[in-house]
Ligand binder design. Sequence first.
Ligand code: NAP
Ligand code: MG
Length: 480
Amino acid sequence: MASTRFPYAPAPESRAVVNLRPSYGLFVNGEFVEPSDGTMFETVDPSSEEVLAQVTSAGPVDVDRAVTAASRAQQEVWGPMPGKERAKYLYRIARLVQERSRELAVLESLDNGKPIRESRDVDIPLVAAHFFYYAGWADKLSYAGLGPAPRPLGVAGQIVPWNFPLLMAAWKIAPALATGNTCVLKPAETTPLSALLLAEIVQQAELPPGVVNVVTGAGATGAALVEHPGVDKIAFTGSTEVGKAIQRRLAGTKRRLTLELGGKAANIVFEDAAISQAVEGIVNGIFFNQGHVCCAGSRLLVQESVADTVVGALKSRLETLRLGDPLDKNTDIGAINSSRQLDKIRELAGSGDAEGATRWSPECVLPDRGYWFPPTVFTDVAPAHRIAREEIFGPVLSVLTFRTPDEAVAKANNTTYGLSAGVWTEKGSRILWMARQLRAGVVWANTFNRFDPTSPFGGYRESGFGREGGRHGLEAYLDA
Ligand code: NAP
Ligand code: MG
């Protein structure tokens, strides 16, 4: 971006590794099938607006077929199967994900718009890691602290968003299968392709038919899954608004629910922090995956004494980020996932201008086609501004300052959400004190956006309930 720097030569990853079909059916009972009452829609590459494929939007009859297949498979095959046998299938999926990782990474970047560097180095390795991790649990459930013989719930209806399409699917499918449940997965409308490739991997791994089913479509398909009485548990990741509607729908039924919703995390930098390390953490916190991250560090809280230094260093660092072709191996910032999301980011950034914050972006040429938004920093932000309160879900950072640790805690907790937080300081005692005060499911210290399958993840308050990952993640799928 900065004109004084040497330009990078293009270094695109080849698309040839991906075999796109012109159109995709639904994955039900181990096969790709034509819809009964579904229609077709297009999925596009958000960096070019090129149509990638036609995908099926499943109707209620299609959802019913998938739930029926899942229910039969659960009762007849998967539930009764010994855990050590189920584990073998999970290990097989994990190894196939590793073997086909380049194909999965390229497909994910094509359909989602995220940089290949991220899908290749973060998303797909974590997908494999999740399957490996939960494979290890499958024969040890009686030792999970959930009673001597915890039982599966039955059929899990799993609804995931578009920001980490395959990773969110893995977070849901791996623990469900390890615990003897079967699944009907509903990927997001704008990013269905990697879940369909995972369905091929499920076939390749020779999972018994019906154990994993994939029904693509938009919100109505998700709603049909929530409505289906044969679904014993809904696991939902998405917006707080839809999560609340699902909770209302399931209230009073015996069907179980976990919700992983939005966030507005504080990334808190104290004056004794290693500043250049903190700047890397701020960049990773909000510009990773174009800020399409539920736990993004979207509010920077910086101690007043170092605010100018930190913001200055941050701006210099942002000058070096490269925005453009998601398949280019040098790209740091890819495309915004959809025109709808781009409109939302523009509207919220506009409210920042209107309410009196100061907007800054590095010099940056946006491609002509596709959906793009430059990395953006707002200073002079007041806690009451919408950009300090509402989840933007884009590459937009709001900077606020504080003077004392108490003020940092008060400002950090001044949100309806509670998913994550970051603390940057040299003092171990302060890290522990802050972690106790912060009302957030995850608190990172001197790092940010670090994920591991062994570590539980989830929220407080309007960020949802239930934990995914780690031993805690088993609880959501077992009747102790
Ligand atoms: P969303 O609209 O709530 O969509 C999430 C999923 O729900 C999609 O598959 C969506 O289908 C489906 N859906 C929409 N309406 C539905 C309904 N009435 N009943 C059942 N399912 C329905 O969320 P989004 O805006 O696409 O995703 C971004 C949100 O997800 C952000 O708020 C973010 O913070 C949150 N998120 C949270 C986590 C976490 O772990 N806590 C992780 C990632 C994202 P369509 O795709 O067709 O809309
Ligand atoms: Mg949506």
